[in-house]
Design a protein around this ligand. Structure first.
Ligand SMILES: [Zn+2]
Length: 337
């Protein structure tokens, strides 16, 4: 990069070229070496700083020091504050610092190690809540209420997300004959469900479970792996995904485009499932889509009762004991192909 600029040595406008020179900068008690950026006069060799960005070299030296000492970068300090949706002034009050101090940090001044530690702690909403309590007298009642409620919401969201991960992980088991040697994949399962619900408007709980079971077992029969990685247990109504109720809550929570509605039949209630969009075919191989097509065609004409009768004729069902997991080994004898 080159440009025309007034040269303080030649006292005339000259052409300047960008060059880098290794230099030492004292930062706190350390010496930081960086490649300093200058512009050099083509005539006399005079060096000038970038007139548009005079602090450039100091900022780079500071950032090098930050990396070495594991200090937050200015942008990271801004991010913490923005995460909580509060102004610089409010953040300073919460920390018990002057507004000028925080403002300088956010524009690149080097923070002290102890101030850095306080900022790092504030990345966690639980700590944020504690420090708001500690310094609540610095805030107006309105500020205190608003910020506290925001932080509390963040804590709840965070913990429900980790609970969710725990639940999802409880469906992931070592590859075995019980999960069809496939690792459970929630996103894929959701899309298998969408596939069937989008093509069949009368899918109640029992039929949904049969769609899944026949899909996994047929896929295993043809390809020696299941499609979703679900484990199935023998229940009176037929083969059912293990921990079925937890699984359905997980799915309804994860994808708002799948819906469950309770329908009153007079002699009881049914759970009707619907999907507001079609499946994402990019998640599936051609063979998997073929399996879905076969099962869709096979089961669509059935209602919950006749579909249960179908599964009750299967060897997998007949030979497994009540409440036990069904091995995919029976897939070989599946009446469907
Ligand atoms: Zn010059």
């Amino acid at each position: 990069m080159a440009f025309e600029h007034f040269c303080p040595e030649c006292l005339e406008t000259r052409r300047f070229e960008s060059i880098f020179i290794e230099e030492d900068y004292p930062v706190k008690n350390e010496v930081i070496t960086i490649d300093s950026h200058y512009y050099k006069c083509n005539e006399c060799g005079e060096l000038i700083l970038d007139p548009e960005n005079e602090d450039e070299n100091y900022v780079n030296a500071y950032n090098e020091y930050r990396k070495r000492k594991n200090l937050l970068f200015a942008e990271e300090i801004v991010e913490i504050r923005e995460k909580y949706d509060i102004s610089q002034r409010q953040m300073a009050k919460i920390l018990g610092w002057s507004h000028a101090t925080l403002s300088r940090y956010e524009t690149g001044a080097l923070q002290s190690q102890s101030h850095n530690n306080e900022l790092v702690l504030l990345q966690d909403p639980v700590n944020m809540l504690k420090i708001i309590e500690r310094n609540k007298d610095n805030l107006t009642k309105q500020e205190y209420d608003r910020i506290k409620s925001k932080v509390k919401t963040m804590i709840v969201d965070h913990s429900s997300k980790s609970l969710y991960t725990v639940i999802e992980n409880s469906f992931i088991t070592e590859p075995s004959e019980y999960n069809g040697f496939t690792t459970f994949n929630l996103e894929k399962l959701i899309n298998v469900i969408k596939y069937f619900l989008y093509r069949d408007s009368q899918v109640y709980k029992v039929k949904l479970m049969k769609y899944l079971w026949f899909t996994d077992f047929l896929h295993f029969k043809n390809w020696t792996v299941s499609l979703t990685g679900l484990r199935y247990a023998k229940l009176p109504m037929g083969p059912v995904p293990d921990n079925y109720d937890m699984l359905i809550s997980l799915i309804l929570n994860e994808d708002k485009l799948i819906n469950r509605e309770y329908i009153d039949f007079g002699n009881g209630q049914g759970e009707l499932f619907t999907a507001f969009e079609d499946f994402d075919s990019s998640l599936f191989t051609e063979e998997e889509i073929k399996t879905l097509e076969i099962i869709s065609k096979f089961l669509q004409p059935h209602n919950s009762r006749s579909v249960s009768e179908l599964s009750h004729k299967e060897l997998a069902w007949l030979e497994t004991r009540d409440r036990e997991l069904i091995t995919y080994k029976y897939a070989e004898q599946l009446s469907l192909s």
